[in-house]
Design a protein around this ligand. Sequence first.
Ligand SMILES: Nc1ncnc2c1ncn2[C@@H]1O[C@H](COP(=O)(O)OP(=O)(O)OP(=O)(O)O)[C@@H](O)[C@H]1O
Ligand SMILES: [Mg+2]
Length: 415
Amino acid sequence: MGTILVVDDEQGIRTMLQGLIQRENHEVLLAGDGYTALELLKTTAMDVVLTDLLLPGMTGIELLKIIRREFPGIQVIMITGMPTIESATEGLRLGAFDYMSKPVSGEVVLKTIRNAILVKRLNDEKERLKEENHRYRERLEYLAEERIRSLKDKVVIVQKDVTEKKRLQAEALQISHLASLGELAAGIAHEINNPVNGIISYAEILKDECEDQGRDDEIACRIIKEGERIATIVSNLLYFARDVEEEYAPVHLGTILEATLSLIGKQISKDGITLERRLRKGLADIRAKSREIQQVFLNIISNARYALNQKFPGMHPDKLLEITATTVEVSGVPHVRTMFYDNGTGIPDAIIHKINTPFFSTKPPGQGTGLGLSISHGIVTSHGGKLTFQSREKEFTRVIVDLPAATNPESGRGE
Ligand SMILES: Nc1ncnc2c1ncn2[C@@H]1O[C@H](COP(=O)(O)OP(=O)(O)OP(=O)(O)O)[C@@H](O)[C@H]1O
Ligand SMILES: [Mg+2]
């Protein structure tokens, strides 16, 4: 059972067809021309349109074109009292379901309508299945994406866990390394301290004796001087290795720098690096935990030394490390600015923003932990200072350490 629209300008034929079609329990609507037919099509869902070819105003072929365009599912049966090959061909070409010439038997009309309804239903079902298939695919894609996303999240979480675990393990290792190194250093320093003091004392006795006997005391003086140098290194090492919570105190930058260089200065000169130090006179004291700042300087100088040795393996006249310190104002507050300039390998632009990141290192595995600058950055920041880098690849690196002055600059001591 379907809904059929009969379009014919002759009332008699309309009612005749209506009566015929209703015999099969179809619902039948009637239109006298193409315009009325289109109006009805807009308001009622039809299965089949049975239309005359010759209509007033709009021809059956024109109506067919509009129906095919605007109501593509509806099947159109053309029926005419003046059949021509041209109109039949055109009608079928435009997608008419069938083309019939009057007179036509009621049985043929009903059969054609039945077939048209069947085709319409099949087409409708096809469309519905297409639509359902589409929705189903969309749902499937959505579910697949969801699944992939949740798996990705899991992978990321696992990755994060692994990275975090690795980071903590490396950190623990570094801490335990430092701690055991510290213990070892402290132990050795204690052991060396006593004999060194003994050596100095004996050398002083020797010096006195030389003086008493009017002999040259130069050798004894040299022993004393070198002995004192050992004592300084040892006491710095002890200081560095001591695991005590330090207090902030005013300290002159020169003192920290000397202490640092007593630990690393020898290696610098052995590598053929020219070290230039320029500390501005009247430099303000900084308010600092000396040991921590010493650690910062030690790491910066070690990095510079490494970069210089990379660029100039062996001796080279241009192998330069320059350390300067001045008092500057940062946002109206006096700061002591220490600059470490080296003309080593420099830092490529692409990585300069990463060098403060924990575990970032360009050194070969086993040679650098990549913790140096991140620790230094943490120390400088906790001092209320700032650590900045300027560099040009293959040319130079300048590390700038700004630390707040302890009091006003006048209170500082000159060098
Ligand atoms: N003066 C410099 N010249 C060139 N590159 C530098 C300099 N200072 C730091 N870098 C770059 O920054 C990276 C990170 O330095 P950082 O001190 O944090 O770690 P590291 O030196 O690699 O390892 P570690 O400090 O444990 O020896 C270095 O690997 C290097 O690539
Ligand atoms: Mg380093």
